[in-house]
Design a protein around this ligand. Sequence first.
Ligand SMILES: C[S@@+](CC[C@H](N)C(=O)[O-])C[C@H]1O[C@@H](n2cnc3c(N)ncnc32)[C@H](O)[C@@H]1O
Length: 185
Amino acid sequence: MISEKFLLIILFVFQIVFLIFCLFLIIFFIMLIFYLIKTGVPFVKSEKNILEKIKKLDVLKDGMVVADLGSGDGSFLYFLAKDYPHIQFIGYEINPILYRFSKNFQQLPNLKFYRQDFFKIDLSQFDCLYLFLYPSILEKILPKIQKEAKKNCYIVTNSFDFKKLEPVKKIISSRPLSSVYIYQL
Ligand SMILES: C[S@@+](CC[C@H](N)C(=O)[O-])C[C@H]1O[C@@H](n2cnc3c(N)ncnc32)[C@H](O)[C@@H]1O
């Protein structure tokens, strides 16, 4: 027979675990809201179909260095890095909790994540930039990209396009968050 004392201990442990879990969720949502206000961009994962479209548009080539500006939880870059082992992928994310999540994906030798504001990084090392950001942020980062990025660097945007640039390739979808635009400097 399980004693009452033992049951109480189990219940107590369960309550503590539940409280820690709730506390973690509260901190997670507070951080999401804090960084949404700070950056003006919410965390939304790229959909799987975006990966297929990027492959179809055939911009990624062996030897390239590709950056995801605002890499979120890192899962998008992880799937790309798995499919392209000869391309180096680097993600920059400002939210420490999302960055912490992305570190779990960092088992691949061609994948790295940094907790960093992408407005403060040097863009000259990349052959391709991936951006899933609001149009206002795209307009804000464009002068930096034009100033620093390599000549011929590809810029891939998810869902939102640059109003001042003409894409070299695109796949427009009627489904929300499923269009891809490719630009080349
Ligand atoms: C729409 S999510 C895209 C996540 C990921 N790239 C994907 O496609 O699944 C945009 C991410 O950019 C991050 N972000 C916004 N401004 C940033 C900045 N200045 N520096 C670094 N990360 C930023 C946000 O925290 C958010 O996680």
